[in-house]
Structure formats: structure tokens, C-alpha cells
Ligand binder design. Structure first.
Ligand SMILES: Cc1ncc(C[n+]2csc(CCOP(=O)(O)OP(=O)(O)O)c2C)c(N)n1
Ligand SMILES: [Mg+2]
Length: 554
């Protein structure tokens, strides 16, 4: 490859600036949008965006967190690389919670971050937005990062970063570029997207896995975010094994919740206690390993893109490294020769679902509001969860029918991520309705992005469940700290008036029926955002169904 490239005539190379080359490289990789907030460090790059506005759309936000969360939401809703661009120092830091979340969610987000003049980096000369060891800070946030130091670096490093975002453990990547480098000209060639290669599938491990799974008496599948592209395979395997599929946050939608084999977290814990073989697909197994326990009677088979992941907590019986889809297809092909006869468990599971529903029934009015949302949000509509009471219950009881239609922040569980993430999802998926749910606390983290929704005509529908409090924190103070309330009550704006002042449509709904009506008209409106405020009293706690104790291993 390298020799061939060296022999290419110099005439192939054309003079271009770093900024133009970077924009061309993004376009060559299929990116059609950039989420961004400008500043002098990146002026040359924004000028290149202006010149190429027909090929790539620039969506500017009101805070860098908004830009990065929008890129995250767009990446999660499309499973395609998405990018954001911010100034160095404060711009980088303003966006960093979103970058951290993208890392936790394995989302293909490319951060383009400005830098002070190249020769001044590391010298502490008090340049605008200078921050000590910016590269070191970025390197702690993502697995792959580099600095574009010259025009020819731009296409090369962008191609490498995008390949890295889909190789091994998928996730974000970051590139820096100094203020004086964006405008530099050089002779360079475009770089075509680099092929993403996967490790060969370990045939011995496939055999070991089907032997164990095929002989299992009480198999259980756990599906995480890494299984979102293997929905058909997980479902087929579940049926072959008559294995229930547990999904909680990032794995919701991998199996259709109308399938009796789909089980929620508390029912999954009961089944974990009974299981002899667990097949974990694209999941950290956070809840089971950290909270429920393991013992010698449980054999764990792990399928993960990240070679480091399977043995992090405890070495599994079998580890299969690579993308879930191809690996599960191999398991499906090899299983029938080893599979026990499997009577249907549908009836047993229907009864257990009914029992679980009776236990969860006390989570009202959360369930009634979620019912209203499900009744109005079409099957392919996207629900974006938040760290709020309705969100916590949605993770257990909101029916999800398709992969990539339920976006949840995963283990970061960072308050305030939701609204801007949903805005990005709706911007990238104009073809389906997106619904953002928020608490009054979390919503105000990025409420300024209502202006972005107006400016870019993004038809996101958002609900603010307003209990006048950081309700989750407040309830903990009431229950566990003798009602000594501290830092948990909130002074709120009039949310309807606030949204209207931005130019958004806004209404208040005071019960589930009113919410249904409000959602129906909101989803019909496709030329801009709608906000629905739902006033709420203090709500019953969902935590007994989420943080549950050990069931194995003493
Ligand atoms: C970034 C971040 N900061 C703080 C928290 C802690 N936290 C979890 S829930 C919560 C309160 C949420 O309030 P609100 O959005 O109004 O939802 P409610 O619980 O009232 O439904 C807080 C502060 C967090 N999860 N993430
Ligand atoms: Mg609240």
C-alpha cells in the first residue's frame, strides 16, 4: 500500500488549506452536519464550512454542551459518525460532560477542538483560552486523539479517527488543531475512508459457547448497548434457547417488548438467580456483577467488541471478541447440533410479567404518564430518557419495540444530558418523531438550546415534569436523612411562558389524558419545537426495583 502511494505522481496532490481539507474529509466520510460553536481559534475552519455549506450543514448552538450533546444524540439515533467543533480551553471543558457521556455510551462522536498557536503550546504564555496540557486532558476522555499539525494531517487523521470510532471498543475520538494551522496551505491528497476490520471470530470459543448454551437448563441473555445492531440475531437466539432477554437502559429495544422473552430489570434479577448459563451481549453486566453476584454454578459467556471488557470483573467461561451481529450469526448456525429440546417458556414468562406488573403498579402516576406517551409516540419514534422520576420508571416499564428507539445515558446517568441529546437525535432523524422527557432540574441545564431548536427548525417534542425539586435527591433526604432538606428545592420559571418566549409552541398538561392530547398535536407539528409542562406532586420511589441486593454468591 505505502509503496503504491509513493509512486503516485505529484500532480495528484492539490494545494488546499488544512480547514478545506478537513471539511472535505468529513464530507468524504458521509458527514452532512456539524454541531458547533465558533470562536477566533476556529475562524478559518468555519470559513471553510461557509464555503461548503451545500455539502455540510452547520448547526450552531448556544453553549458548547449543546453542540456536543447534539452530536451525541445524532450519533445514537443514526449509528453514523457525527461531529462537533468548539474552541479550546473553556470550549473543550464546556463540552466535556457530553464527551464523557459519549465515551460511556460508545457513541461515534468526533470532537474537533481548537488550540492556541502551535509554537506557543505548552509554554504558559497566557494565550486566549490556553489550558495546561490540553492534549493530556483530551487523552483521558477518549481512546483516540491527535493534533492536526499541518494540512496533510487533516484528511489522514480524520480518516484514522473515524476508523477508530468503529474499531474495537467503539466510541468517540478527538482532534485538536491550532489557530495558525487551519489556514495553512499545503499540497495534499484526499484519503478515502479506511476499511474497518474486525478480529477473526474464534471458532473454538464458538464451539465452547454453543456447547454450554445448548446444554443450559435455565439460560438467560443480557443485552446491552452493543447489541443494538444485532436485534434480529439476539431475538432468534433467544427463541432457539427459549432464553429470556434482560435489557435495562442501553439495551432496551434490542428485543421487542411484546415478546414474552423480553424481561425488565427486576424480573431479570429473579432469572439471574435461577440461571445456569448467561450469554451477555455488548454489556458491562453492571447491575448483575456489581449488585446481584456470581457463583460457581453460573457459567458466563460474553460477546463484546472491547477485548479488555470480558475479564474486567471476573474471567468468563467463554469470551467472544468482535461485533455482536456476526458472532451471534455463528452461534445461531452452530447451536442446533448441541441444543437441548426446549419447550416454550412463553406461558411461564407471561405469568411472571403479570406478577411483576402488579408489584410495579404502585409507581403511579409515572406509569400512567408513560402509558400516555406510548399511546401517542409511533412505534419508530425515539424516546430520549433523562435522570428523572418518569425516566427511572421508563427504564423498567416503558414498552420499546425497535432497536435505537430508546436512548438512555447508560452508566454516566448524568442529569441534564437529555434535552440537547434529543435535539441532536431529532435533527439527524427528521423522518421520525423524537420525544425528550425531563425533570424541572435537568431541563434547565441546556434549556437555552430552545433557541437552537427555533433557529434550525427542529421539531423536537419535550416534556418537563415539574415537581419543583431535584425530586430524587429530595426524597432521599426525606427518607434517609430525617427530612433535613438541603439544596433540593427549586425556584422555577414558568416553563410554558419560557418556551413561548423563545418562539416554541408550549402547553401545560395536568393529567395523562391531557398529555395524550398535547402530544398528538405536538407530533403533528413538524416546523419547530414544542414543550409540554406537566406539574407533578412528589412521586413514589422506584429504587427498590433498581438497586436490588445480591441473589447469588452469598
Ligand atoms: C451531572 C449530574 N449532577 C447531579 C446528579 C445527581 N442527581 C440525580 S437525580 C437529581 C435530581 C433531578 O431533578 P429533576 O431533573 O427535577 O428530576 P426529578 O428527580 O425531580 O424527577 C440529581 C441532582 C446527576 N445524576 N448528574
Ligand atoms: Mg424535579
Amino acid at each position: 500500500m505505502a509503496r503504491k502511494r509513493n509512486r503516485q505522481p505529484a500532480a495528484d496532490a492539490v494545494a488546499t488549506t488544512t480547514a478545506d481539507a478537513a471539511v472535505a474529509a468529513l464530507v468524504a466520510h458521509g458527514l452532512d452536519t456539524i454541531y458547533a460553536l465558533p470562536g477566533i481559534h476556529n475562524d478559518d475552519f468555519f470559513d471553510a464550512l461557509a464555503k461548503n455549506a451545500g455539502a455540510i450543514r452547520t448547526v450552531h448552538t448556544r453553549h458548547e454542551a449543546g453542540a456536543a450533546y447534539m452530536a451525541l444524540g445524532a450519533a445514537l439515533a443514526t449509528d453514523k459518525p457525527q461531529t462537533y467543533c468548539v474552541v479550546p480551553g473553556p470550549g473543550l471543558l464546556n463540552a466535556s460532560a457530553a464527551l464523557l457521556t459519549a465515551y460511556g455510551m460508545n457513541a461515534p462522536v468526533l470532537a474537533l477542538i481548537g488550540q492556541i498557536p502551535q509554537d506557543a503550546i505548552g509554554r504558559g504564555l497566557a494565550h486566549l483560552h490556553e489550558i495546561r496540557d490540553q492534549a493530556g486532558i483530551i487523552a483521558r476522555l477518549v481512546d483516540v486523539s491527535a493534533r492536526i499539525r499541518a494540512p496533510a494531517d487533516a484528511p489522514r487523521l480524520i480518516a484514522k479517527a473515524i476508523r477508530a470510532m468503529f474499531t474495537g471498543r467503539p466510541g468517540p475520538a478527538a482532534l485538536e488543531c491550532a489557530i495558525d494551522v487551519w489556514g495553512q496551505s499545503g499540497k495534499l491528497r484526499a484519503v478515502a475512508p479506511l476499511a474497518v476490520t474486525s478480529p477473526p471470530i474464534d471458532q473454538d470459543a464458538i464451539k465452547a459457547a454453543v456447547k454450554r448454551a445448548g446444554a443450559a437448563k435455565r439460560p438467560l441473555i443480557v443485552a446491552g448497548g452493543g447489541a443494538q445492531d444485532a436485534s434480529a440475531e439476539v431475538t432468534e437466539l433467544a427463541h432457539l434457547l427459549q432464553a429470556p432477554v434482560l435489557s435495562y437502559r442501553r439495551g432496551r429495544g434490542v428485543i421487542d417488548d411484546r415478546d414474552p422473552l423480553s424481561v425488565n430489570l427486576p424480573l431479570g434479577r429473579e432469572l439471574w438467580a435461577e440461571a445456569d448459563v448467561v450469554l451477555a451481549v455488548g454489556t458491562h453486566l453492571h447491575m448483575p456483577l456489581l449488585h446481584w453476584g456470581i457463583d460457581r454454578d453460573l457459567a458466563i459467556i460474553r460477546v463484546d467488541a472491547d477485548p479488555q471488557e470480558p475479564a474486567r470483573f471476573a474471567k468468563p467461561k467463554v469470551a467472544l471478541i468482535g461485533n455482536a451481529g456476526p458472532i451471534l450469526r455463528r452461534l445461531i448456525a452452530a447451536l442446533p447440533a448441541h441444543n437441548a429440546r426446549r419447550p416454550s417458556r412463553a406461558e411461564e414468562l407471561r405469568e411472571r410479567h403479570a406478577r411483576m406488573r402488579r408489584r410495579l403498579a404502585k409507581l403511579e402516576p409515572q406509569l400512567a404518564y408513560l402509558g400516555a406517551i406510548r399511546a401517542e409516540l409511533p412505534e419508530d419514534g425515539i424516546f430520549v430518557d433523562e435522570v428523572t422520576q418518569i425516566g427511572f420508571v421508563s427504564r423498567l416499564a416503558f414498552p420499546v419495540y425497535r432497536p435505537r428507539t430508546y436512548i438512555s445515558p447508560g452508566y454516566q446517568d448524568n442529569l441534564g444530558y437529555g434535552f440537547a441529546t434529543a435535539l441532536g437525535a431529532q435533527d439527524a432523524r427528521r423522518d421520525v418523531p423524537v420525544l425528550s422527557i425531563n425533570g424541572d432540574g435537568g431541563f434547565l441545564f441546556t434549556a437555552s438550546e430552545l433557541a437552537t431548536a427555533i433557529r434550525h427548525r427542529i421539531p423536537l417534542v419535550s416534556i418537563v415534569f415539574n415537581d419543583g425539586a431535584f425530586g430524587n435527591v429530595r426524597r432521599i433526604q426525606e427518607e434517609r436523612y430525617g427530612n433535613r432538606l438541603i439544596a433540593s428545592d427549586l425556584a422555577n420559571p414558568d416553563f410554558v411562558g419560557l418556551a413561548q418566549s423563545f418562539g416554541a409552541a408550549a402547553v401545560r398538561a395536568t393529567n395523562p389524558d391531557e398529555l395524550r392530547q398535547a402530544l398528538r398535536s405536538a407530533f403533528a407539528r413538524r416546523d419547530g419545537p414544542t414543550l409540554i409542562e406537566v406539574p407533578l406532586p412528589a412521586l413514589p420511589s422506584p429504587w427498590e426495583f433498581i438497586l436490588m441486593g445480591r441473589v447469588r454468591g452469598g
